[in-house]
Design a binder for this molecule. Sequence first.
Ligand code: TXA
Ligand code: MG
Length: 324
Amino acid sequence: MMNLGYICHMISKELEIAAECIKLGKTVALPTETVYGLGANALDPMAVARIFEIKERPFFDPLIVHIESTRQWDLLTTLPLEKVQGLIDAFWPGPLTMVVPKTDKVPDIVTAGLPNVGIRMPNHPMALALIRLSGCPIAAPSANKFGRISPTTAEHVRKNLSEADYILDGGPTTVGIESTIIQILPDGFQLLRKGIITAEQIEQHMPMSKTPIAASEKVAPGMLDAHYAPHKKMFLTDFTTPPSIDIHQAGLISFSGKNTESYKKVIRVSEHNDLKEYAVHLFAAMHDMDQSDIQFIVAESVPETGIGGAIMDRLKKAVFRFNS
Ligand code: TXA
Ligand code: MG
């Protein structure tokens, strides 16, 4: 059996190699608490370009920049840290991305030409250590091909994004869906992408803004209608109107554990009817179903309140191209 000292030694070796890759302008797939990201030096436009190339991601879709300390804040944004200190104290490190005015140091390729940059401090020891060892903020979108299912294990990355120069394995992610994204405006925040941290939680620390966001700034922010899509046809159901497919050939991603009879395969994403568990296991269940011997994927819908809103956002985008 391997002892703990040996395991720590191995992990620090891997981190050193990964940090060396980042310094050389290469890409590293890294674990975060939400999903795995494909990272590169955020201040190196050529390294960032490689992320877009590997992901086959359109250049209009900006990347989130990850930091390990608020000391890196002023390098990236002109917004004084004090304006968001309450949010940082409450939610960082954690699954909250703040979109704020960028400095000249942030290459345009990172923000897709937008005047704002998305910043997040991930809550994962390997991600934080990698950023520290690399000595630079790391730009990282989710480590999947554009529009496909996000990875929640290193194995998902190995299977679907083998072009990454290096893959750090930090085990399965603990949140399971991407960070909540908010834009910080003079009179408060606007919600750009739902996540495990809800608007109601954020409102305890900052008011919701009344300012409409300019259409030109609304470009992709995870706001495309179709996203997170499996290769197999996927449908959503609340069981009142079953999808018009042969469910004997379908796999069911089940939340409640009800109506599972007749499906060829069933993955129960929550033992305890807990929406957080649904979020944690959703993408892994989609990956699993996509590789199984079934024709269709059916996912059980949930009420769109709180975390349910973030889950339904992912599910609706995943089924969009089959239902429009
Ligand atoms: O949890 C997460 O946020 C994960 C992990 C790896 O940190 N990252 C992630 O990245 O989900 P990605 O690229 O898959 O989604 C980032 C979304 C994109 O849809 C992008 O449009 C939006 O964030 N975004 C990034 N920078 C932005 C900006 N400056 N203005 C508006 N939206 C922005
Ligand atoms: Mg993504």
